[in-house]
Design a protein around this ligand. Structure first.
Ligand SMILES: Cc1cc2nc3c(=O)[nH]c(=O)nc-3n(C[C@H](O)[C@H](O)[C@H](O)COP(=O)(O)OP(=O)(O)OC[C@H]3O[C@@H](n4cnc5c(N)ncnc54)[C@H](O)[C@@H]3O)c2cc1C
Ligand code: SF4
Length: 479
């Protein structure tokens, strides 16, 4: 701990954003990094607690106090080495992680937390600028072959770890480009895609093979992988969206968020949009559902110059501030206003959709009702419609962003006859990551359900260790 009184001397400062009118004119990242001298002061705010709750709060258990101190003293290269010990892709998490570590920071109890995510981002970007991020090529080859199905953060983390353990690794991806939701879900204004491309180049140098446009279970049977590989990792995500089966849901202009968002990511990267184009330009857009996906629809609609953007959430508005003494060090329920909300959006809470209305087959609006939430007879939260509260909202583009229920059950899962858990995810523990099928493992959203990039990285890393142990009888990969 370089500066024992840092937290008393320096207030929290974080990265700023480009002004709204500037950032809405393009799809580029708009977060402005902290200058080096300020970054060092922010590192000095870390109290190096005896029990670092941030480390527990971070799903990959980043060794945060160590690198906070190293940044404070200017030892960025060592900070990067320590960061890479626990996180394969701090460039992804430093951009899109909601930072549960900061909620868990001890300083957050009485003050504002250390700007952990900003420091993480600065360490890795400095690493790339200085050429410190190099392929880590395995010294010995094991002769074992592993196929990873799916190239999101879970698949990429598993593949990188397994290649570094000396296995021959091939990643199969149904989409045209590698990256999963990092590539096609998360918009460029949150994470530009060259950030994925440079990691793919690193992984290729480490020996990982990539096979895009290969839909396992559809245009390549999984049997072939079972014959050719010693182990398979399923990292297929949780792609089945939650539906809203009310009258009018099949009208033209009502779309799932993941029909809308990938198209814009493709346009930005110059990839051809082969599906029928969905654009918010000039439209009254209604986003149903909160969360990251809903926010991304708002930010994208505003960049496409929508006429208006509104968001409906069925849950009541959470409190503006959490009661830290009862929620710390856990992730608190509180009102979260994303950068996309700030760019322009009307938000309504405790509203349920009754039906979509339309003319000539196209959506024109939505009939809604206000709901009140309270504890039902069984003690669970339940909602009741507020009598006389029905109202109508005009909309000619509706984006459904109510989350994802499970992985898609047909195709590869059906062919493998994989056992599912009660929620419809692939059944496996977070100890051995082994499915009901011999030599087939699972990681990421496909196992834990819809989650976060940082959790997918954790699962990919831990699954890689489990695979390595199963193949070799022992493993030196970290858990
Ligand atoms: C719009 C959106 C925004 C998000 N924003 C954030 C955010 O800001 N921060 C955050 O932490 N999390 C965010 N998330 C969640 C996060 O992206 C996911 O939790 C994470 O990507 C899950 O990683 P994964 O590797 O398990 O699956 P995915 O990223 O879903 O990757 C699965 C991959 O498997 C491929 N695949 C599936 N089946 C097959 C098959 N049979 N053959 C070949 N390939 C197959 C898919 O094409 C896909 O590329 C967001 C999610 C969405 C939808
Ligand atoms: S990965 Fe997320 S939780 Fe972990 S240190 Fe980075 S921002 Fe915090």
């Amino acid at each position: 701990m370089g500066k024992p009184t840092g937290f008393l001397e320096f207030p929290r400062r974080d990265r700023s954003y480009a002004p709204v009118n500037e950032r809405l004119n393009n799809y580029k990242e708009f977060v402005r990094p902290l200058p080096e001298d300020e970054l060092r002061l922010q590192g000095a705010r870390c109290m190096d607690c005896g029990v670092p709750y941030c480390h527990q709060g971070c799903p990959v258990n980043n060794i945060i106090p160590e690198w906070n101190d190293l940044v404070h003293t200017g030892a960025h290269r060592t900070a990067l080495e320590i960061l890479h010990q626990t996180n394969n892709f701090p460039d992804f998490t430093g951009r899109v992680c909601p930072a549960p570590c900061e909620a868990a920071c001890t300083l957050n109890l009485v003050e504002e937390p250390v700007t952990i995510k900003t420091i993480e981002h600065a360490i890795i970007e400095r690493g790339w600028e200085e050429g410190w991020v190099q392929p880590q090529i395995a010294a010995h080859r094991t002769g074992k072959r592993v196929a990873v199905i799916g190239s999101g953060p879970a698949g990429l983390a598993a593949a990188q770890q397994l290649a570094r353990a000396g296995h021959m690794v091939a990643v199969y991806e149904k989409a045209a480009r590698i990256g999963g939701l990092l590539r096609y879900g998360i918009p460029d204004f949150k994470m530009e895609k060259h950030v994925i491309d440079r990691r793919i180049a690193q992984m290729r140098s480490e020996g990982v093979e990539f096979h895009p446009n290969t839909h396992i279970g559809v245009n390549m049977p999984v049997d072939r992988l079972l014959r050719e590989y010693d182990a398979i990792v399923l990292a297929i995500g949780a792609e089945a969206p939650r539906t809203l089966p009310v009258p009018g849901h099949d009208l033209e202009g009502v779309h799932f968020a993941m029909e809308f968002l990938p198209q814009q990511n493709k346009r930005v990267s110059g990839e051809k949009v082969t599906e029928r184009e969905i654009l918010a330009t000039g439209r009254d857009v209604l986003v149903i559902g909160g969360g990251d996906t809903g926010s991304d629809c708002i930010g994208t609609s505003n960049r496409q110059k929508a006429n208006s953007v509104a968001q409906l959430e069925i849950m009541p508005m959470p409190p503006e501030h959490e009661d830290k003494l009862s929620t710390w060090p856990y992730w608190p329920l509180k009102l979260r206003t994303s950068s996309s909300h700030e760019e322009g959006c009307e938000r309504e809470f405790a509203v349920a959709t009754k039906a979509f209305t339309g003319e000539n087959g196209r959506v024109t609006g939505l009939d809604a009702v206000r709901v009140a939430w309270g504890k039902g007879a069984d003690g669970r939260m339940a909602m009741q419609e507020v009598p006389g509260s029905a109202f109508h909202i005009k909309a000619d583009l509706v984006l459904l962003a109510m989350g994802f229920v499970a992985p898609v059950h047909g195709g590869v899962l059906e062919q493998l006859e994989i056992a599912l858990d009660a929620r419809g995810n692939v059944k496996a523990t977070d100890i051995d990551y082994l499915t009901s099928h011999k030599n087939v493992f699972v990681a990421g959203d496909a196992r834990r359900g819809q989650s976060l990039v940082v959790w997918a990285i954790r699962e990919g890393r831990q699954c890689a260790r489990a695979v390595d142990e199963a193949l070799m009888g022992r493993s030196e990969l970290p858990r």
